[in-house]
Design a protein around this ligand. Structure first.
Ligand code: SF4
Length: 235
């Protein structure tokens, strides 16, 4: 087991109890300048906003993502837009090498219907574990009010699951605040958000939520019809 290189107590000592998102971002870039820091995203609206905030510092940063092989075409289009907008950032796909065809050979057709936890393990959790093996600091765009599971997210904490420091600069943000930021800064975002998709994952497991809009967040469209609400990356 590694020794945590920063603890929430260190963080409070260095930044004070009241820390703005911009302070946390600035602090993370300076504090971990000599360590391996990555930002991971599934390209939801929050991730796009956070990429914009880090990009504004004009420092190189690895943006890692896990292409499950089941992204919407709109997600692929968004990735290309972000690459063009932020040429100094390094977008890296750390998705699984297990092709959908090979998965079907090994586990049967439509695993996401029969055992979505295993499917997420194979296509998300295991690849993320691999991607974070050589990483010290993991930045994510999690927000506390996204779900009960995320209510305890800290701005900075040691993540025992992946043995890294996890930083969540948007922990205290609401979806309305993210939406306002995205609109005011003209941040590219997934156009599916304008088509009643508040949260976007794989094509097989994401449905629109009738009546939702860009400033509304819900996980109802994810694995709808089942009790599953998280892929397992953050639980
Ligand atoms: S979200 Fe669905 S398709 Fe994607 S990895 Fe999880 S179970 Fe599989």
């Amino acid at each position: 087991m590694q020794v945590p290189i920063v603890t929430p107590a260190d963080f409070v000592t260095q930044l004070g109890e009241e820390s703005s998102t911009q302070t946390v971002i600035q602090w993370s870039l300076e504090r971990f300048a000599d360590q391996k820091m990555v930002l991971s995203t599934g390209f939801g609206m929050e991730g796009c906003a956070l990429i914009e905030m880090y990009a504004a510092h004009q420092k190189p940063l690895d943006i890692i993502y896990l292409d499950t092989g089941f992204f919407f075409k709109e997600t692929h289009e968004l990735i290309e837009k972000l690459k063009t907008r932020h040429p100094h950032l390094n977008f890296i796909n750390r998705g699984t090498t297990l092709t959908p065809e090979k998965q079907a050979d090994l586990f049967g057709d439509e695993l996401w219907k029969r055992d979505p936890d295993l499917c997420c393990q194979l296509r998300k959790v295991d690849p993320m574990r691999e991607a974070l093996k050589e990483v010290d600091v993991w930045v994510t765009a999690l927000r506390r009010d996204q779900s009960a599971n995320r209510a305890g997210v800290e701005l900075v904490e040691w993540n025992w699951k992946y043995q890294v420091v996890r930083i969540c600069p948007l922990a205290e943000w609401s979806r309305q605040e993210v939406w306002d930021f995205v609109k005011s800064q003209q941040v590219p975002y997934n156009e599916l958000h304008d088509k009643n998709y508040p949260s976007i994952g794989c094509t097989h497991c994401t449905k629109p939520v009738v009546g939702s809009a860009g400033n509304y967040y819900s996980r109802k469209g994810r694995w709808s019809g089942s009790a599953k609400t998280e892929c397992g990356l953050h639980t």
